[in-house]
Design a protein around this ligand. Structure first.
Ligand SMILES: *[C@@H]1O[C@H](CO)[C@@H](O)[C@H](O)[C@H]1NC(C)=O
Ligand SMILES: *[C@@H]1O[C@H](CO)[C@@H](O)[C@H](O)[C@H]1NC(C)=O
Ligand SMILES: *[C@@H]1O[C@H](CO)[C@@H](O)[C@H](O)[C@H]1NC(C)=O
Length: 505
């Protein structure tokens, strides 16, 4: 509603005359129609199903079963929430007592919904190969979003999404080639309405909501069938990345929190029989987790930690999106003093490499990258990642693809990909968005491969307890541009503080 007073200032663009200037998706006549379906793991025996509707739903309900013609189970909640400037309500239901790695059919209760499917996570310790997709910096495609390279930006309003070879299209076509998606930040790019059309300034709140709704309509074909694990980026923070009187619902990560706060998990509990100390650390981590900002989950042979580079860096370091931070987006903090740091310490320490040999972290802003880099993030997080033996760190923010040598404290590990001690890093921020690709410019010598000419994403292929392949994939045609395999011996069961712990059988 912030746009309204501005409207009156300009004679030609009064709200009455140009109220439809921003085109919003049509509201279905059946307001129980589910849209923006999204899934998230909550351990190997539970799945979170969330969706939006154009009305509040008193008892959001999901019917499900392992056969399409027998949706004999159901789960409900009373969680149907909205916030200022949103036209929709976010509904969340947790399905529990599921079988691990099992395909279920589900139907959101509505007079106008269809049956979709999901597959639950593999149990921690299952060493079957699997693949995760990593996409970052995506945003709306088509009108008001990204469709073409920046040089053809002026064509954007005339190109329909269906005509373009986008990352959303690639993830859709290739959905049988990965098990789930991680997306640490810069999701819808609703705050880039000014790039889509500067005149949207007169209808700012409406433009932000419209781009948000249209993006999640595009994403639902993927996020409704694949768990889609998100983290925060700078484009989630406020209504626009400049001083502007944002409406209450469009600052301080409100839209992101409303959509994902109840959807992302905390941390998976682990069996205290493997180690009482590790189980206690994991339980502690679970209490310190702050979804959707920082949390963790397991999948088969891997433990994933999603962390927040935007706020809550801890130890007195001001996060880039905090008041007075580098990006100064007036957001956060979301946890108590050092809460994220303490979460990371407990969670990373709890990882039993006999169960989940691979330890992956994913955040938005990188510190090893062709510019820009986040030095305050490096100060906040790198020593933890070194200490606890992180295998791979996944970042975006910079709109291109970069593979970086295993590196610690700015020194490249001489072992390379052959059992390095230092974490391996990638930047995979080329999913494609209205800002376009970023030229690499001068490349630091630790970059082992890079591409700034095409849109793409990454596939993480967990082959066995010792081999992890990272592929950079071109969205246009699925061609693999780069294929690198990390070997890790993983002989130390607990890397870091718990190293001295004695193990029961
Ligand atoms: C039913 O849902 C579809 C989208 O799945 C929508 O296009 C249609 O308008 C909805 N029908 C009603 C009556 O709302
Ligand atoms: C942002 O929201 C959090 C609660 O979600 C609150 O604690 C914090 O103070 C808010 N930050 C600002 C700058 O308003
Ligand atoms: C990539 O590497 C994996 C593992 O080494 C191999 O199985 C696959 O065939 C490779 N793919 C391409 C396209 O090189």
């Amino acid at each position: 509603m912030v746009g309204l007073p501005l409207c009156g200032l300009v004679v030609l663009f009064t709200c009455g005359v140009f109220g439809d200037f921003v085109s919003s998706p049509p509201i279905p006549s059946d307001k129980t129609t589910p849209i923006h379906q999204r899934l998230a793991f909550r351990g190997p025996t539970a799945m979170v199903v969330a969706w939006n509707t154009f009305q509040r739903i008193a008892t959001p309900t999901v019917h499900y079963g392992t056969r399409i013609d027998a949706l004999t189970s159901s789960a409900s909640s009373d969680s149907s929430v909205t916030f200022p400037t949103s036209r929709t309500w976010a509904n969340t239901v947790v399905l529990t007592d599921l079988q691990p790695y099992t395909t279920y059919y589900y139907k959101i209760e509505s007079t106008n919904s269809s049956v979709l499917t999901f597959t639950t996570a593999r149990i921690p310790g299952d060493m079957t190969p699997f693949t995760a997709a990593a996409v970052i910096d995506m945003g709306l495609f088509g009108k008001d979003g990204m469709t073409v390279p920046a040089s053809k930006r002026h064509l954007i309003p005339r190109i329909e999404p269906g005509l373009e070879h986008t990352t959303i299209g690639a993830l859709d076509r290739m959905s049988s080639e990965y098990d789930f998606i991680i997306h640490p930040g810069d999701i819808a790019y609703a705050d880039n309405w000014i790039t889509a059309n500067p005149l949207y300034a007169f209808f700012q709140a409406q433009a932000y909501e419209s781009i948000t709704e249209r993006f999640f309509l595009q994403l639902q074909s993927i996020s409704g069938i694949k768990p889609y694990m998100v983290g925060p980026g700078n484009h989630e923070a406020t209504c626009v990345e400049m001083p502007f009187p944002c409406a209450a619902g469009q600052k301080n990560f409100s839209s992101f929190i409303n959509r994902y706060g109840l959807v992302m998990p905390t941390a998976t509990t682990i069996n205290s029989l493997t180690s009482v100390a590790a189980a206690a650390a994991r339980a502690h981590a679970s209490r310190l987790a702050k979804p959707p900002f920082w949390y963790s989950f397991d999948y088969g042979m891997a433990h994933f930690v999603m962390f927040d580079t935007e706020t809550d860096l801890g130890n007195g370091i001001i996060g880039p999106d905090e008041p007075g931070g580098g990006a100064n987006l007036g957001s956060g903090p979301f946890g108590g003093k050092n809460q994220q740091f303490n979460f990371l310490q407990q969670d990373l320490a709890s990882v039993d490499r006999a169960v989940t040999p691979w330890l992956i972290v994913a955040g938005h802003r990188p510190w090893y990258s062709a510019k820009p880099t986040c030095s305050e993030c490096q100060k906040a997080f790198e020593s933890l990642f070194i200490q606890y033996g992180v295998d791979l760190a996944v970042f975006g923010h910079v709109h291109n693809m970069q593979e970086i040598a295993p590196i610690a404290n700015d020194v490249v590990d001489p072992a390379g990909l052959n059992n390095p001690k230092a974490p391996w890093y990638i930047v995979t921020g080329a999913a494609g968005n209205i800002e376009g690709l970023a030229p690499l410019g001068e490349q630091p010598s630790y970059i082992t491969w890079a591409d700034d000419t095409v849109f793409g994403f990454s596939k993480l292929l967990f082959q066995d307890r010792n081999h992890l392949t990272v592929q950079f994939v071109r969205s246009r045609d699925g061609v693999i541009l780069r294929n690198s395999t990390l070997y890790k011996a993983h002989t130390t069961r607990f890397v870091g503080a718990l190293a001295g712990v004695k193990w029961s059988q």
